[in-house]
Structure formats: C-alpha cells, structure tokens
Design a protein around this ligand. Structure first.
Ligand code: B12
Ligand code: SF4
Length: 645
C-alpha cells in the first residue's frame, strides 16, 4: 500500500498526484502504520516535525500531503529518501474494513465544563444522577450508521474515557458544541495515538470546520443528510473526507435514536427532538443559520415511536423536547400533543415533559391547555431583555410591546414553570438596564434565569455585522481554557462593546447578585409555586417514588439546616403546603436548583470581578486594541494572563 501511494505521488502526471491528494488516501499511513522515528533520515528538522505531526495526528492530512508535495517538487528530495522519511513498520497488516459486520464504533461525548450554568452538579448529587442531559446527538448518529456495527457510547460527563475504550474501537465518532471544543480535539489526538480513525460532527465542527481538520472525517451539518454519503464513501475505501449538505433534512425520515446505548439512571432527563428550525430572525441566533427558518417536524407517529422506545427500555419520568422552538409551527405542535395525550393516557402517564418555546406561547390558551394535559412542567423562553429598543435592534420583535410578566403568569397558570434566558451587552443598553432586568425577573417570578453576556457565535448575523463594523474579536471562538471559557454566561462580549465594557460587566454582576440572593430567590420560588396550576398527570412508579422521597430527605438535610437558606426553605415549604399542596414538588425542585444557582453565580461573579479589575487597570481602549489585534492566545481570559505576565 505504501508503495502504491508513493508511486502515485511520484507519477509525473499531475492528475495522478492530485487524485491521491484529493482522496486523502495518504491518511492510510497514519491509520495503518507505525513509524519508527529513530530510523529517519530527514532533509530538515522542520520537514520531520511536520511529517511527524501529520502521522501522529497532531496535524491533519492536508499538511501531510503538503509535506509530501513539497518533497516531490524538490528534485533533490529523492524517492528513496521519502521512503526513508516514513520508515514504516506495518502493524495492522491491512486496514480494517470498516463496513464489515461487527465493526466497533466508539461514540464519545466529550466533557462540558464543570462550572457551566447547565451542569446542575448539586441537583444531580441530590437525586443520584451523574449529569443532567443525555447525549442525544450521538445516540442519533449511532442510529444513522450501519446497524451491523457494534456501538459503545462513552459520555465523559458520566464516566472517564479510558485507553481501553479507544483500544476496543475500530472507529471513533465524536463532536458537539462550542464548549466541548477542547474535549473533542483531545479525543481526536487520543484516538490517533491508538491509530484509530476519527469522525467528527455536530454544531461546532459544522460552524468552524477548520478547527477540526485533524479529524479524518468531517461529517458536517445534519447527520441525516451527510452520514449516508460518508458511509457510501467508506464502502469505496475512502480514508478521509469532508461531507456537507446544501439542503436540510426531511424530519419525516428521521430515525429513532439509539436510546439503548445509555443508562437512564445516569441522567436527570432524556431528550427527544420533534422539530428543527425557528421562524423568527434574532440577530444573535445561530439556530436559524444551522437549521433554517422553516420549522421541520417529525410526524406524530414518529414521536410516539420514540416515546414508546423510551418506555420499552424502562425510562420513566422527565423527557425534554430539545426543539429550538416547540411551537415554531403551532398547528403541528397541536397534532403531536393530541397523539401524545392518547398515548400517555393508555400507558398510565409514564412521563412529564419540558421544552423550549417562544413567548407567543402565552397567546394561545388552547395550546397551553394541550401542553398542560400531557404534563409539560418546564418551558425555557428566550426573553433576553425587557427593553423594547434593545429587542428591536436585535430583531427579536416577537417579544416587543408585550407585558412579559403577564405572559409568564399565564404560562404558570397552565402548570408550566417558565425558565428564561436573559442577555446583557446589546448595543443600545443604558444605565437603567440592570435595574430593568432585575425588576422583570423578580416581578415575573422567574427562578431559573440564565443571565449571560452577549456572545457573537460563529456564523450569525451578529458576528457578520460586528466584523463589518470592525468590532469583532476574531478567533474568540477558539477555546483554550475550560475553567474560564465555560459557556455563554461567562465567555461573551467577544467584541468592542457600545457601552464601556466594565459598566456592562458591573451590571452583569449586579443582576446576578440580586437575583441569586437567597431572599430574592425564595421569594420568586414561592411566588411561582403559588401561581402554578399543575395538571400533575404523571404517575411515577414505585422506584421513582422511593427515589423522590429519598431525594427530598437529602435536600431537607442539606438546605433545611443551612444557616442562610434554612428558614427560607421551611417558610416556603409550609406556605406552599397550606396554600397550594399540588405545587409542593415544584417548590422542592426549585429549592434543589438554588444550591446550584448560588454556587454557580458566586463563581461567575468572582470571575467577572477579576475581569473588571483587569480592564480598569489596563485601560479599556488599550484592552480593545489588543483584543482586535489578536495575540497568540485567542481568548480574553488568556490574553489577560498573557498581558499580566
Ligand atoms: C438541547 C440543547 C441544549 C441543552 C442540552 C445539551 C446536551 N447536553 O445535550 C442545554 C440546555 C443544556 C444546552 C446548553 C448549551 N447550549 Co445548547 N442546544 C440545545 C439544542 C436546542 C438541541 C441539541 C440537540 O439535542 N439536538 C438534537 C440532536 C439530534 O442534534 P445534534 O446534537 O445537533 O446532532 C445532529 C448533528 O449535529 C449531527 N451530529 C452531532 N454530533 C455528531 C457527531 C458525529 C460524529 C457526526 C457524524 C454527526 C454529529 O448529527 C445529529 C443528527 O442530525 C441545540 C440547537 C439544535 N437545534 O440542535 C442547542 C445548541 C447545540 N446549543 C448551543 C449552545 C451555544 C449552548 C450553550 C453554550 C449556551 C446556550 N445556548 O445556552 C450551552 C452549553 C452547555 C454546557 N453544558 O456547557 C449551540 C451550539 C453552537 C455551536 N456553534 O456550538 C446550539 C446549536 C444552539 C444555541 N445557540 O443554543 N443546549
Ligand atoms: S426565537 Fe430563539 S430560536 Fe428562534 S430565532 Fe430567536 S433566538 Fe433563535
């Protein structure tokens, strides 16, 4: 094999060379061979380093081909020397045919930062889970790959990825979102260290494929569109490739995810997806760029099949609809809710639900009632800001000119707790922004308020505008430190802000301090619980009941005897018990979440205060100049440390 590739590269006709290069077949060296570096005779140290990094996976196939290409162009770079450069000892006599029955496919969900707003570590501890959300993307990928393969899914948020896992695998599939970037890159390196080819996909590789070029296969966009082509290419023997699809997937052809690959007890909830895409046009949103503005839906029958699969596999309790906007098409949502109601009733209501929806949900009482009937308990709503002028600028017009607190109360009155996202850092904010946001959160009684700094995600209208205006900190979406670059709550403002940056950050701190102060939080939690008109149709089985009782006692021990929260907790518990006993479970859950929110907000406040100090001592203008120039390390926090040293 080695000889044939080199023969093609030394073929005097350009076509023969370029076909080797474009098929990427040179990667086969890395997969099939082990290089004995001691025996090298290289032309230069630089050439050797590039070759080594290509062969060991630190650099991608492109560089490898470039090295060889350079060798070819240099007449003194003799063929024998090139062979010597890659003194090869074949360890796997032939590359494993990845399409044969029993091919071992390892799916790796890389770790999220433990400091993320979303990881609810403390809640997991109380209820005995290991991580909130199951890796739905990879379970879906497994269902799209050849089913004759053998699959193993390792979620690094639940168990460590071991060398044995990689040694077991013939091929590794990984990928995910921006905060997982570092993790994914390290999985690629580790897998290459075991001479295992790696396939990468998911939202961040799709938005910034260049960062992942060390992977063998970049299968971008919606897997439903690109995985079949990738599998066809494997059949043809391709050893690398980049796969994109100009069109979006038809969700009516979507497959049931391989839920059997996870242990349900490891997670707080399991996700399923009904729709992709959203009809709105918010400037900062990448969903509409990745999934389009025409919501695409699965049929009610498909959703029932997924619920039945979860049911048959033994899952009970919380199911999260991970849709970008569950009510993006209200008519469709009603169809699926009708089917769910019948199915739930026939199975004795084994699940309750949560989802994400736009605020106009509050306008449709029929829809709200239908969601209540199947026991939707949480809805995440992107409120972002209560200020009309800011909403106008950011193109979130669906939220404009409506009393937010009325909408939230309406949704509460149908038994659903509103969790909401808020953003700070928009261009036309002013000195009243913090106060207005605090009042909105407190008056609406929104307990789980994810307040984050505006982040210009790669591939959004916002990013394009800021770039045009010369305000974007290029390269800020390359993550380097998972302890400081956690998620949108902390990593935002990756551009020159319209207001002084330190003012915006001070507002951010003030909001977090207020809303996650125990007195204010418990006030909202009591308020929310009292306004809930829950259906409570979900019927837990005995195991679930025992688990819940156990978790309740653990929570009482942890919170009820705590100096700052003890009194507030018992006061809320007894108020709700007497006034709205049906909402007792909801208020207990909110108390459990507060342990996480309090810890997380303290962490973020501390991090942000350090950033404010830094900006003030360095000078805002100099700071912006430096960030716009871009220095070797690409993120604000890194640049701070570079500057400080
Ligand atoms: C549910 C969800 C969450 C949940 C749960 C996430 C989880 N652990 O599963 C929560 C609320 C925790 C969350 C949080 C965040 N999220 Co989020 N989230 C989503 C959402 C709405 C659905 C994800 C999902 O399950 N989709 C269904 C599955 C089937 O799709 P999928 O994962 O994309 O997988 C498909 C393809 O991508 C591909 N694929 C995926 N992986 C792989 C791997 C291989 C090898 C291959 C071949 C293909 C492939 O094939 C699959 C089938 O088509 C998406 C938007 C969206 N529509 O996808 C945002 C999204 C993924 N989140 C995003 C972001 C930014 C975040 C946050 C950073 C901030 C935020 N928005 O609040 C945090 C960070 C989380 C953390 N812990 O630090 C961005 C990611 C952008 C990017 N460029 O990376 C998205 C795209 C949209 C958004 N702006 O919110 N999120
Ligand atoms: S409503 Fe939500 S999903 Fe839809 S465009 Fe706006 S931010 Fe994106």
């Amino acid at each position: 094999m080695r000889a044939s590739v080199l023969d093609s590269l030394y073929d005097p006709t350009a076509e023969a060379r370029s076909s080797v290069v474009s098929s990427g077949s040179f990667c086969t060296f890395r997969d099939a061979c082990e290089v004995e570096w001691g025996k090298q005779r290289t032309r230069s140290r630089a050439q050797r380093d590039v070759a080594r990094s290509a062969l060991t996976g630190a650099a991608g196939p492109t560089r490898m081909v470039a090295t060889v290409g350079a060798g070819y162009q240099d007449p003194t770079f003799a063929r024998s020397e090139l062979l010597c450069l890659f003194e090869v000892k074949t360890t796997r006599t032939a590359m494993k045919n990845l399409l044969e029955k029993g091919t071992k496919c390892l799916l790796v969900q890389s770790e999220f930062s433990m400091h993320s707003f979303w990881n609810y570590v403390e809640v997991c501890k109380i209820v005995g889970a290991k991580y909130p959300a199951a890796p739905l993307g990879l379970m879906t990928v497994a269902a799209l790959l050849p089913q004759e393969w053998e699959f193993k899914l390792v979620d690094a948020n639940v168990e460590p990825l071991l060398d044995e896992h990689l040694e077991w695998a013939d091929i590794v599939c990984t990928g995910g979102m921006l905060p997982q970037q570092q993790g994914v890159l390290s999985v690629i390196d580790r897998a290459h260290g075991k001479r295992c080819p790696v396939v990468v996909g998911g939202p961040d590789p799709s938005s910034q494929p260049g960062l992942y070029e060390s992977a063998d296969y970049l299968v971008l966009g919606e897997g439903e569109m690109t995985i079949p082509t990738f599998v066809q290419d494997l059949e043809r023997g391709s050893r690398s490739g980049i796969y994109t699809a100009p069109e979006t997937a038809d969700m009516t052809h979507a497959v049931v995810p391989r839920f059997d690959l996870i242990q349900f007890r490891d997670y707080l909830y399991v996700g399923i997806q009904y729709s992709r895409g959203c009809p709105f046009n918010c400037e900062f949103c990448d969903i509409i760029e990745l999934y389009g503005r025409v919501p695409r839906v699965k049929s009610p029958r498909q959703i029932i099949r997924e619920l039945q699969t979860l049911y048959d596999l033994g899952h009970r309790g919380h199911v999260d609809f991970v849709d970008d906007n569950f009510i993006g098409g209200k008519k469709n949502a009603k169809c699926v809710l009708t089917a769910m109601r019948e199915w739930s009733r026939a199975r004795g209501h084994p699940f309750y639900f949560s989802t994400e929806a736009s605020i106009n949900l509050a306008d449709d009482e029929h829809l709200l009632q239908m969601m209540r009937d199947v026991d939707f308990r949480y809805v995440f709503v992107g409120i972002e800001t209560p200020e009309n002028e800011v909403l106008e600028l950011t193109q979130k017009r669906q939220n404009m000119n409506r009393p937010i607190h009325e909408a939230v109360r309406k949704i509460h009155s149908y038994g659903m707790i509103v969790n909401a996202g808020f953003i700070i850092g928009f261009d036309n904010e002013n000195e009243r922004t913090a106060e207005t946001m605090i009042r909105c959160i407190q008056d609406c009684g929104i307990c789980m308020a994810m307040v984050g700094t505006l982040y210009a995600l790669p591939n959004t209208q916002l990013t394009r505008r800021l770039r045009k205006e010369g305000r974007l900190f290029e390269g800020s979406s390359t993550l380097t430190d998972v302890n400081t670059q956690i998620d949108q709550t902390t990593s935002g403002l990756n551009f020159v802000t319209a207001r002084p940056r330190s003012d915006t950050l001070k507002d951010f701190v003030a909001i977090l301090q207020y809303i996650y102060d125990p007195v204010h939080y418990y006030e909202r939690a009591t308020d929310t619980a009292l306004s809930l008109q829950s259906a409570n149709t979900y019927r837990p089985n005995v195991v679930r009941i025992l688990k819940t009782v156990w978790a309740f006692f653990r929570l009482c021990r942890r919170v009820g005897f705590n100096r700052t929260t003890g009194w507030l907790y018992w006061k809320m518990l007894f108020t709700v018990l007497f006034k709205k006993p049906m909402a007792i479970e909801a208020c207990v859950n909110l108390a459990a979440m507060f342990i996480h929110f309090q810890k997380h907000s303290r962490f973020v406040i501390d991090l942000t205060n350090r950033e404010i100090n830094f900006i003030e001592s360095y000078g805002e203008e100099d700071y912006n100049r430096l960030m716009l120039q871009g220095c070797e390390n690409s993120h604000p926090h890194d640049r701070h440390s570079v500057l400080v040293h």
